[in-house]
Ligand binder design. Structure first.
Ligand SMILES: [Zn+2]
Length: 535
C-alpha cells in the first residue's frame, strides 16, 4: 500500500500553509516564481517522476506562466479539468501584521492579541478556533491544494479517469493566465486524445449576504464587461466659460444615467445581476491650469448573465444618446440666454466608427504608429491604454468633437452557465445527498458564481457572434489584450465550481473554515469524481 503525502487533513493543512507562504500577489515576482514551486511539489509524486512530460509550465504574459499536470489512465477517455488560480490580491490592509499575512498559523495566533480590532463576526470566528486566517487561504490556494491532493490519490490508486490540473496567474486582474491556457487545453486535447467531461473550478464559497454561512456549489459564473466612455469637449479659458464645453459637464449626464441603471439588470433562473456602477471617472488633464478640462473618461461595471457584448453596446449607446440629448438641451438653453453661439452639439460615436474615420483620414500607417507609441508605455495598464488610444485619435479628429466615444475596456468575462446540463445536475444531486448523509452538511446550488471567475472562458456559446462588437470596440484588442473566442468554443463541456467555505476574501480578515477545507470538501469532491468515473 502506497503512503499518500497529502492524504490526511493535517497534511493538507501543512501543504496549504507552505503554498500560502509562496507570496504571489498579482503582477509581482512571487507570481512569476509560484508555478515552478508547485511543479517542484508535484515532481515528488511517483506518477510525475515516471511521466515527466505530463507536467508542464507554459507562458502566459509578462514572464508569468501557468502549470498543467495531467494524470492519464491508459483506458480512460473522460477528463476532468481541475482549475485554480494562484495569484492573490495585495496585503496593505494588514497594516503592522502585513509581514505575517502569508503565514497563516502565526497570523491566526497573533490576531488573538488584536481581537478588539476585528469586526464582530471575525472575532467570533477567531475565538471558535475553526478558522485559519491569511492572504490566499480562502481565495484560493486551498482550491489548488485540494486538487493536488486529488491528483496524488488518483495517480497512486490508478483511478480509471483522466485528471488535468490547471493552475493560472492573473485571475484577480485580467485573467491573462486563463486566456492563454484555453489554447493550451485545446492543444492538449488533441495531443493526448482527451475528452473533456467537466471543467471543475475550486473557488471558495462566497457569502450571498453578510453573515451568510450556507455552503454553496456553483453551476455557472456571472459575466462582467466594462462599457467605457471618452468625453471630448472643446477647450476654453476659465474667463470665457461658454467659449467651449467641458468634458466633466458632458460626463455628468452619462454617469448619472449609467449608475444603477436597471436596464442592464438581468435575471436568470431566479438570480439577478447587481446593478452597474461607475468604476472610474477622471479628466485626462495632466496638471492644474486655467485651461478647462476638455477630455475625460469613465469606466462602468456591468454584470452579465445572458447578454453578449453586442447587446450591452446597444443598451449603452441608447443611454448615451439620451444623455447627450439632455446635455445639449441644457447647453443650448444657456447659450441662448447668454447670447452666445454654441460650439457644436455633442454626438455619440462608437470607437469602431472613430477608428474608421481616422483610417480614411490618415491611412493605416499613421494609426499603427499612434497605437504602437501608446502600447509601448509600460506605466499604463490596458484600461489606460484603451482610453489613451481613443483620446489620441480624437485629438487628430477634432471635427467630430464635441462627442462621447463609446468603447470597451478590458477585462471581459463572458457569463457561463451549465445548470441544465445532465452531468452537472447529477453532480449537484450527489453533493447534496452525500454532504447531508456523511457530514450533515446542507449544500445549496447557485447558478452564477458571484465572485467573477476564470470559468468564464469555458463552454463559450455565442450564436449571434456578439463578441465581434467587443473586438471592434476595444482599442487594445489584438495588441495587449485579446480573448481566444474560437478556442473557447472548442472547449465544450459543462462547468462547475466546488470549493471550501471561507469568509472575507480580499479583506484582512480573509479566513478559511478548516473543517470544510481539510475534512469535508476534499472528500466530497473525491467521491463526486468517483461517481463521474463510475458512470
Ligand atoms: Zn479567486
Amino acid at each position: 500500500m502506497n503512503q499518500l503525502k497529502w492524504g490526511t487533513p493535517a497534511a493538507l493543512r501543512e501543504l496549504l500553509c507552505e503554498v500560502v507562504s509562496w507570496k504571489s500577489m498579482t503582477l509581482t515576482e512571487g507570481e512569476r516564481l509560484f508555478p515552478s514551486k508547485v511543479q517542484g511539489k508535484l515532481q515528488e509524486l511517483t506518477y510525475f517522476q515516471e511521466n515527466s512530460s505530463h507536467l508542464g509550465l507554459h507562458d502566459a504574459d509578462l514572464g508569468r506562466r501557468f502549470l498543467t499536470a495531467l494524470y492519464q489512465h491508459p483506458k480512460a477517455e473522460k477528463t476532468i479539468v481541475l482549475i485554480s488560480h494562484f495569484d492573490v490580491v495585495n496585503t496593505e490592509e494588514y497594516g503592522d501584521l502585513e509581514e505575517f499575512a502569508f503565514q497563516p498559523e502565526i497570523l491566526t495566533k497573533l490576531l488573538h492579541g488584536k481581537k478588539n480590532e476585528l469586526p464582530e463576526d471575525a472575532r467570533r470566528d477567531l475565538e471558535s478556533g475553526d478558522y485559519l486566517f491569511g492572504r490566499g487561504t480562502m481565495d484560493m490556494k486551498m482550491g489548488l491544494v485540494m486538487h493536488m491532493g486529488l491528483i496524488e490519490k488518483a495517480s497512486v490508486e490508478q483511478w480509471p479517469i483522466n485528471l488535468l490540473l490547471l493552475t493560472v496567474p492573473d485571475e484577480e486582474v485580467n485573467s491573462a493566465g486563463m486566456r492563454a491556457a484555453v489554447s493550451k487545453l485545446v492543444e492538449m486535447k488533441e495531443k493526448h486524445d482527451l475528452h473533456y467531461t467537466l471543467f471543475l473550478n475550486g473557488e471558495p464559497v462566497f457569502t450571498q449576504q453578510p453573515g451568510d454561512t450556507q455552503y454553496y456549489v456553483y453551476s455557472g459564473s456571472i459575466g462582467k464587461i466594462m462599457p467605457s466612455a471618452l468625453f471630448y469637449g472643446k477647450e476654453t479659458h476659465v474667463g470665457e466659460p461658454l467659449g467651449g464645453i467641458t468634458a466633466p459637464f458632458i460626463a455628468s449626464f452619462l454617469t448619472q444615467r449609467m449608475e444603477w441603471n436597471t436596464s442592464f439588470q438581468e435575471t436568470d433562473l431566479g438570480e439577478t445581476t447587481p446593478l452597474p456602477v461607475t468604476l472610474q471617472l477622471k479628466d485626462l488633464k495632466m496638471e492644474y491650469s486655467v485651461q478647462t478640462p476638455y477630455r475625460a473618461a469613465a469606466l462602468y461595471n456591468v454584470f452579465l448573465m445572458k447578454r453578449n457584448a453586442a447587446e450591452v453596446m446597444d443598451i449603452f449607446e441608447k443611454i448615451a444618446v439620451d444623455a447627450v440629448l439632455a446635455c445639449n438641451e441644457v447647453y443650448n438653453k444657456i447659450c441662448t440666454e447668454q447670447g452666445v453661439v454654441p460650439v457644436g452639439q455633442v454626438k455619440v460615436i462608437r470607437y469602431e466608427d472613430l477608428l474608421k474615420h481616422a483610417l480614411d483620414k490618415f491611412g493605416s500607417d499613421f494609426l499603427e504608429s499612434t497605437k504602437a507609441t501608446i502600447l509601448a508605455n509600460d506605466a499604463w495598464d490596458d484600461r489606460e491604454k484603451s482610453l489613451r488610444i481613443a483620446d489620441t485619435l480624437m485629438i487628430q479628429c477634432q471635427e467630430l468633437a464635441p462627442a462621447i466615444v463609446l468603447l470597451y475596456a478590458p477585462p471581459y468575462y463572458p457569463a457561463v452557465n451549465s445548470s441544465d446540463n445532465e452531468l452537472v445536475e447529477q453532480c449537484i444531486d450527489f453533493a447534496k445527498k452525500y454532504g447531508h448523509e456523511t457530514f450533515n452538511l446542507s449544500v445549496e446550488q447557485i447558478h452564477y458564481f458571484n465572485g467573477i471567475s476564470d470559468l468564464s472562458y469555458f463552454n463559450y456559446v455565442d450564436e449571434e457572434e456578439g463578441w465581434t462588437t467587443f473586438q471592434s470596440n476595444t482599442p487594445v484588442w489584438g495588441e495587449s489584450y485579446s480573448i481566444p473566442f474560437d478556442d473557447m468554443k472548442q472547449l465544450q463541456a459543462p462547468v462547475l465550481n466546488i470549493g471550501p467555505f471561507g469568509k472575507d476574501a480580499h479583506k484582512r480578515t480573509e479566513r478559511l473554515h478548516t473543517k470544510s477545507a481539510f475534512e469535508i470538501v476534499p472528500v466530497l469532491v473525491e467521491e463526486m469524481v468517483r461517481m463521474v468515473m463510475g458512470k
